[in-house]
Structures are given as structure tokens and as C-alpha cells.
Design a protein around this ligand. Structure first.
Ligand code: PEP
Ligand code: MG
Length: 590
């Protein structure tokens, strides 16, 4: 008999998680059983060894065919980039070395195929899970493959969602690409899961499908049963279990307001990000994975203000070649042209490690061997990336951005290497745009204080507040315990930003911002007032930030910013901005 679940309290439980895909959904729970995939280890007879190995080989072959079909289906529905994950899963199953190791366990330990396979993959997933965030998310891919092969070993081929007859909210231990594949809008309203992070492949797929998802809810599957009613709020990253009538009514209104808002925001797409008194701002989008490029244009951004290139280095034990990178950058540049794409050179290290770079453990990785520091120590690797970027600039819309610059000699070294790469390409008579602009991320306090000297040497500055705030306030950006101390509106942060903007302007270069603060609704009027030239935010934030810009009077917010800069606490500044915004932005939650 399955254990009875504890009854839920009547008051709605608001469970905080991580928003993986925006949107609000209200509906009944379909609980995806997890123990379904448990395997019992069994000792098999000598005569069973060969048939058991054959069964495993068949199951793997069947899974590979299924992955091919799923990839083709996904490609048809949401494009080639999104389908690549299934190809990646298929390739994992083609690795003979890995199969041989499992077969050796079946043979030597006389273990049944399902248990040998499951144990091997669990161990691999656990090893990945012990590493950094990106690897933890790759562990989800490994578990997904495990589930698929086990299903084949049991001869089950009917996807679980076929049991679903009405649209439901799927609650599962983990969001996986194969789960999301079944994401028929008519059957699945939203996902809520115990595990997972924002950058998992499945989360990216969900965003492409436009299905709300909240992940990282820890014990949700243990607290909930089939047919419970839940609200998944993918905007705020929370799930409400068995909400009371008042909460339900409030959310229904919120949901329809949101839908009407999206319809209205769609109309904003082709309008410029100009203030009401005609000061033009560039409003670009940040891209972390290539499959987000479509969303940039759909949401009306003026190009890509930050292309994080780390994804090319993750999941691989070898460095991406110049040619591979060139193909990728060129494809992206062609997709957004004539709008710009600002390609940031590799920013690995700290919380993003890759098997292709041997980064030894460090006591303080955030202050350690990362980003440009690695690039400068590995000039061949840097050269390949720079050449790929320069070559991709066939239409003049590609720019280079250097991360984590902390001193002028470091910048000069990077600039010299870029010049060398340019000369080499000239010798090879490569057809390049006459100039590729170079910018520096201002994300280290020393760079912020030296912004004038940096601006003299480059074409633009882009303020990376995610790191700048953590280094300035000495608050680890990933530490929940002290998250309340991480303040975009801290007076020290604002003063430093203002000085960077002024320094850039005094040297005739434009100054943008690509950290999360660029999408902080309360910061937007202040940033405009301080004279920021560009904001780069996640594609989904573009419409609302554009709305704020277009409804803002530059002269008003100049005064607002001046006043804010005289205050000495975050609270006073936040209150000042709220007072300014409340009457003007009733439809925006601040
Ligand atoms: C930043 O630090 O603000 C930034 C945009 O870079 P990342 O978040 O990739 O460190
Ligand atoms: Mg950074």
C-alpha cells in the first residue's frame, strides 16, 4: 500500500522556487510518479548473461530511434536549435566505451541489465551533481536518458502523458527534455518540479514553448497529490498549493490582465525605445544559449547586447575550434542583422567550469582564475575565439566585449592580442568588416574607478552589475543567506554607476548595462536619468522595460536621479522611485 500523504493545510501554501519559464497557470495536478523508475538489482544466471546484454543493446537502439523521432518532432515545432538536445542525448548513447563498462558489470557481477544501467547512470549523474550549477543541470540530462532506456527495457513505449485527458499542471521530481517534449499546450498548462535550475535544457525548451514553469521547489512532489489545485506563477517563481477562493480570484484577474498586457506589449514590438521627450535608448537582449536568439527579435529588442559564449565550452572535453565558433557567431549575427550582436569573450571560471579547461579548485573562485584572466594565459584559445568573432563580422554588426577587465595593462594585453588576430586574418586575405568595435565590461570596482582610462582605449563600456554589485558590496551573488544585502539601488552602487556613465561620455563613448539591474523596474528611471545609453535585458523583459522607457520623461528622471544620488540609504532611494513610479506606472508591479 502506498503511504498516505499528509493532508494539506487549508491555508494556501506559497512555495518559493526558481522561475524557469514565465507565465501564470491555474489547474489540477498530475503527479508524475518517480518510483516508477526504481530498479531492483537481481543476480542473474550464467545463461542469462548474453540475453540480458542483448536486451540492453536493443533497449538502447530503441531509445536512439525514439530520440531521433523526438528531435525531428521538436525541430518541426520549435526549430532546429531547440532540437539539438535530443541529438546530444542520442550521441551519449552511441558512446561504446560507456556501454562496454555497463556490459562488464552485467558480465562480472551477474547483475540484471536494468540495475547495471541505472546504477552506472546514477553514479555519473551524482558526479555531475556534485560539481557547479551548469553540471548539476547536465545531470538532469543523464537522468532523462536513464528513464528512457529503462522504459524500453520494460517494454513500455506509451508516453505517460497519454494518460492525461484534460489540461493539467504536471508536478514532477525534475523537468527533463523528454517530459517537455510531450508539451502539448492543450494538455499541459505548466510544470512545477522539485529539482532544476533556470539554465537547464528543459527550462529553455519550456520558454520556447511558452509554458510556465517553476523549478527547484525541493519537496513539492512529497506534499501534493493528484487533483490538488495549484497556481504556478512563473513570473515570481512560486507555486501556491490549494489556494483559497480569494487567492484564486486574485490570480484569475492577474492572469487575464497579464494576457491582455502581452497582447498590448506585442504592439510595442516595432516601436523604438525612446523616452516621451525623444531621448533614444538602445534596448537590447542578453542571450545565454543560441536557442534564445529567436526570442530577441520576437520581443522587439534592438539586437543582442550580451551574447554569453560559455555554452560553446560547456558539455565538451575539447575546446571549440575557430571554425565551429565562427559558424555559430556568423549564424547569430546573420539572424539579427542589421541589429548589433555584442559577443562577450569566454567568461568561464567562478561558477561556470568546463571539462575542456582544467580549472583547479580555488578557495575564492569568484576572485580567482576566470574570464579574461584565463584568456590571457591561453593566447591560442583567445586567438581562436577572437578570429571567429572578427570573421563573423561580415556585415559590420558584430562587436567584441571583454569580461572582468580589472586593470589597464590587462586591457592593453587583450587589445594587442586582438590586433594580432586581425593582422593574421588580413594576411590570409579574409574578407572582414572594416572595423569591429571593442567594448569592456565594467564589472570590477577597479575598472569602474578607471572607466575614463578604459574608455580612452575602446569603443564602448557595458556595466555588468551582477558582478559589480557583488564585488562592490562584498555580497556573493549566489548566496541565499545574504541575498537581502545584494542591492541594486544601494547608494554606493548608484554613485559608482553614475561615475562610469560620466567617464564614458567624457571620452566620447557610449555606456550600456547588461547586468540584471538593467531589468530592475525600480532602477530603470534612475538609469535613464543618469544618462545610460543602452540597456540589455532578458528577451522576456524587453517589452515591459520598453514600456517604462517610452512613458518616461528624460528631464523628469534626470532630476529624480540627481535627488536619489544625494540619499545615503537604499530604502530612501527605493521609496523616492516608488513615489515617482506609482502614479505613472499603475500597470507595472514595483
Ligand atoms: C554581469 O556580471 O553583470 C554579467 C552580465 O555577467 P555574468 O552574469 O555572465 O557574470
Ligand atoms: Mg559578470
Amino acid at each position: 500500500m502506498p503511504k498516505k500523504k499528509p493532508a494539506l493545510k487549508t491555508r494556501p501554501a506559497v512555495l518559493p522556487g526558481v522561475s524557469a519559464s514565465p507565465g501564470i497557470a491555474i489547474g489540477k495536478v498530475f503527479l508524475m510518479p518517480d518510483d516508477h523508475f526504481k530498479t531492483e538489482p537481481r543476480v542473474i544466471a550464467e545463461t542469462q548473461i548474453a540475453p540480458e546484454i542483448a536486451r540492453l543493446r536493443n533497449a538502447i537502439a530503441g531509445t536512439r530511434d525514439e530520440l531521433q523521432r523526438d528531435g525531428a518532432r521538436t525541430e518541426k515545432k520549435i526549430g532546429k536549435d531547440n532540437a539539438r538536445i535530443f541529438e546530444f542525448h542520442r550521441l551519449m548513447l552511441e558512446d561504446e566505451y560507456f556501454l562496454e563498462e555497463i556490459i562488464a558489470v552485467i558480465r562480472n557481477q551477474r547483475l540484471n541489465a536494468a540495475a547495471a544501467f541505472a546504477e552506472y547512470l546514477d553514479r555519473y549523474a551524482e558526479q555531475l551533481g556534485n560539481k557547479d550549477k551548469i553540471f548539476r543541470e547536465r545531470a538532469a540530462d543523464v537522468r532523462d536518458i536513464k528513464r528512457r532506456v529503462l522504459q524500453h527495457l520494460r517494454g513500455e513505449t506509451t508516453p505517460f502523458l497519454e494518460q492525461v485527458t484534460e489540461a493539467v499542471i504536471v508536478v514532477a521530481r525534475e523537468l527533463t527534455p523528454s517530459l517537455t517534449l510531450a508539451s502539448d499546450r492543450n494538455k499541459i498548462k505548466a510544470f512545477a518540479t522539485d529539482l532544476g535550475g533556470k539554465t537547464s535544457h528543459a527550462a529553455i525548451l519550456m520558454r520556447s514553448y511558452g509554458i510556465p514553469a517553476v523549478v527547484g521547489l525541493h519537496h513539492l512532489t512529497g506534499m501534493i497529490k493528484n487533483d490538488d489545485r495549484v497556481i504556478v506563477d512563473g513570473d515570481k517563481g512560486v507555486v501556491l498549493v490549494n489556494p483559497d477562493r480569494a487567492t484564486l480570484a486574485r490570480y484569475r484577474i492577474e492572469k487575464s490582465k497579464r494576457e491582455a498586457g502581452i497582447r498590448r506589449l506585442g504592439r510595442l514590438r516595432d516601436l523604438p525605445a525612446d523616452t516621451s521627450d525623444h531621448r533614444h535608448l538602445m534596448l537590447a537582449a542578453n542571450v545565454e544559449f543560441a536557442d534564445e536568439v529567436g526570442a530577441v527579435l520576437q520581443h522587439g529588442a534592438t539586437g543582442i547586447g550580451l551574447l554569453r559564449t560559455e555554452y560553446l565550452y560547456l558539455n565538451s572535453s575539447t575546446l571549440p575550434t575557430e571554425e565551429e565558433q565562427y559558424q555559430e557567431y556568423h549564424r547569430i549575427a546573420a539572424a539579427v542583422k542589421p541589429q548589433p550582436v555584442i559577443i562577450r569573450t569566454m567568461d568561464l571560471g567562478a561558477d561556470k567550469c568546463s571539462p575542456c579547461l582544467d580549472i583547479p579548485p580555488e578557495a575564492n573562485p569568484m576572485l580567482g582564475w576566470r574570464a579574461i584572466r584565463i584568456s590571457l594565459e591561453k593566447p591560442e584559445m583567445f586567438n581562436a575565439q577572437i578570429k571567429a568573432i572578427l570573421r563573423a563580422n561580415t556585415d559590420g554588426n558584430v562587436k567584441i566585449l571583454l569580461p572582468m577587465i580589472s586593470a589597464i595593462p590587462e586591457l592593453e594585453k587583450a587589445l594587442a592580442l586582438i590586433e594580432k588576430a586581425q593582422r593574421e586574418l588580413d594576411h590570409q586575405r579574409q574578407k572582414l568588416a572594416p572595423k569591429t568595435e571593442i567594448g569592456v565590461m565594467i564589472e570590477v570596482p577597479s575598472a569602474a574607478l578607471m572607466a575614463d582610462a578604459i574608455a580612452e582605449r575602446v569603443d564602448f563600456l557595458s556595466i555588468g552589475t551582477n558582478d559589480l554589485v557583488q564585488y562592490l558590496l562584498a555580497v556573493d551573488r549566489g548566496n541565499d543567506r545574504i541575498a537581502h544585502l545584494y542591492e541594486n539601488l544601494n547608494p554606493a552602487v548608484l554613485r559608482l554607476i553614475k561615475s562610469v556613465i560620466d567617464a564614458g561620455h567624457s571620452r566620447g563613448v557610449w555606456v550600456g548595462m547588461c547586468g540584471e539591474m538593467a531589468a530592475d523596474r525600480l532602477a530603470t528611471p534612475l538609469l535613464i536619468g543618469m544618462g545610460i545609453d543602452e540597456l540589455s535585458v532578458s528577451p522576456f523583459d524587453v517589452p515591459e522595460i520598453k514600456k517604462i522607457i517610452r512613458r518616461t520623461d528624460f528631464r523628469d528622471v534626470q532630476k529624480l536621479a540627481q535627488k536619489a544620488l544625494t540619499f545615503s540609504t537604499t530604502k530612501e532611494i527605493a521609496e523616492l522611485v516608488r513615489q515617482y513610479m506609482r502614479p505613472r506606472f499603475k500597470d507595472i508591479s514595483i
